[in-house]
Ligand binder design. Structure first.
Ligand code: UN1
Length: 501
């Protein structure tokens, strides 16, 4: 089945039915590479729709939590199989709705496939602990309980992968879901949930409510029947989500901004470091929370690196992501383009020097999309705003340093802590960097992007609030420990007090 190239009117998905928003309002989803192309029309929901979705998820939880996890897993396995078959169509839809090149949207769908298989496998694990009791004839163990209804708010840059990072672990643990996808990319969440439905997911277990943050997202996170919230997006919005969850102590997982760095030491393989900086800085047009928006280069190799980096970046082809020759697609929307252009001005005013790009890209048929040239600033002081603030666009700040310790200090001296990388051939330096970089993810001789789903994903400081997605770490968020003591001695045994056999 192909959903590509069909402009469709979409609905919310509540309790197994496709329904319009109660107030009948809609919004448009347009292709950022060519805004004359309408990808679809989606409902603009309010608290009434959220209430209906949460009610459905709450009712569905009663049975879903009791379905054995290996049975739940069978649905996920089937979904993964269908995803594999539809990968190309899903990737095309995604490129049309958010712009990144097909090779990358295929990767996004692949990440959802990987996560779905992985979490399906967890259906036969979900390990707890069995430990000896200190008392005789007593059994002690811990098991994982689901939380209930989980509310999810997902971003537009990984519109299938990130919903899968949240939905799949939530489901395998026995939770039910209400998801509000980003208003720029609702179609990819539809495609994912459609596949779960075809795989046999019972009614009400996953519900989609589309719309804007204040109208649909806010009532979701504050709803008393939503037991936990998972949010990926900006640090500013994450703070609002965190505060909204605080009064009721609602568990809340936040995955937020980054100001990730690639450190290039003087002994690095420069060719490799340049390729890493190009992919890390300009993959997804720099719109990854893991994007390498800072590159710190040892003074001894700074000039050579910069020359090569700038030459490579100038040769990148900007265009429609559906065109196989495209390296860099558009940014997501007009607001984001304006933000990028604003930061380019800020960088210039701060005294940094543009060595590649610097402008909106409009010639050669790009004027009807939100394109910006891949842009490099050199001569950047680490305190400048372009070296401190998340831009979320194709702008890289190159900083010079003269010692290993200085590079680590520069790396850590930002308010975010998602991902960092070092290019060096010196094992001692690599291990010191792994120890001292204050980020949730560290790469050696690879760029800051490209995390795999079987390990924890997330960051420190302004990037996160201590939780992680992916791998078994995700299971930790989507389940609650329950500790079980079974005394089969037939007498009162007092822990810490009675010791005799
Ligand atoms: C994101 O940018 O929000 O590690 C997620 C990576 C991808 C995921 C990025 N696997 O770059």
């Amino acid at each position: 089945m192909s959903t590509s190239a069909v402009s469709r009117i979409h609905k919310n998905f509540i309790n197994g039915d496709w329904v319009e928003a109660r107030q009948g309002r809609t919004f448009e989803n347009r292709n950022p590479a060519d805004t004359s192309e309408l990808v679809g029309i989606f409902p603009s929901s309010t608290h009434e729709d959220v209430n209906a979705a949460v009610e459905a998820a709450k009712a569905a939880f009663v049975k879903w939590r009791l379905m054995p996890a290996p049975r739940r897993a069978e649905i996920l396995y089937r979904a993964a199989e269908i995803l594999v078959k539809r990968k190309e169509d899903m990737a095309r839809d995604m490129t049309r709705e958010m712009g990144k090149p097909l090779s990358e949207t295929r990767g996004d769908v692949q990440e959802a496939i990987d996560m779905t298989y992985y979490m399906a496998g967890e259906g036969r694990r979900l390990f707890g602990q069995t430990v000896p009791s200190e008392l005789p004839n007593k059994f002690a163990m811990s098991v994982r309980d689901p939380l209930g209804v989980v509310g999810m708010i997902t971003p537009w840059n990984f519109p299938m992968a990130i919903p899968s990072w949240k939905i799949m672990p939530a489901l395998i643990c026995g939770n039910t879901v209400v998801i509000k996808p980003a208003e720029d990319t609702p179609l990819s969440t539809y495609n994912l949930v459609q596949i779960l439905i075809e795989s046999g997911l019972p009614r009400g277990v996953v519900n989609i409510v589309n719309g804007m943050g204040p109208d649909a997202g806010a009532p979701l996170i504050t709803h008393p029947d939503v037991s936990a919230v998972s949010f990926t997006g900006s640090t500013e919005t994450g703070r609002i989500v965190n505060q909204a969850c605080a009064p009721s102590f609602k568990p809340c997982h936040l995955e937020m901004g980054g100001k990730n760095i690639i450190i290039v030491m003087d002994d690095a393989n420069l060719e490799l470091a340049v390729e890493g900086a190009v992919w890390g800085g300009f993959g997804t047009s720099g719109q990854r929370c893991t994007a390498a928006s800072r590159v710190a280069v040892h003074a001894k190799v700074h000039k050579e690196f910069l020359d090569r980096f700038a030459a490579r970046v100038k040769s990148l082809k900007i265009g429609d992501g559906l065109d196989p020759g495209t390296d860099v697609g558009p940014v997501i929307n007009e607001t984001q383009l304006e933000t990028v252009m604003k930061y380019v001005e800020i960088g210039k005013n701060e005294g940094a020097k543009i060595v590649a790009g610097g402008h909106r890209a409009e010639s050669g048929g790009l004027s009807s999309g939100w394109f910006h040239e891949p842009t490099i600033f050199s001569g950047v002081d680490p305190r400048m705003r372009i070296a401190q603030e998340e831009i979320f666009g194709p702008v890289v700040a190159v900083i010079s340093f003269s010692s290993f310790d200085e590079s680590i200090e520069i790396a850590n001296n930002v308010k975010y802590g998602l991902s960092a990388s070092i290019y060096t051939r010196n094992a001692n330096q690599a291990f010191r960097a792994m120890r001292d970089l204050q980020t949730g993810i560290v790469y050696v001789n690879a760029p800051t992007i490209g995390a795999e789903i079987q390990l924890p994903f997330g960051g420190t400081k302004g990037t996160g609030n201590g939780h992680r997605e992916a791998g078994t770490a995700a299971i930790d968020f989507y389940s609650e420990w329950k500790t079980l003591y079974i005394d089969y001695s037939d007498r009162l045994q007092r822990a810490q007090i009675d010791a005799e056999l």
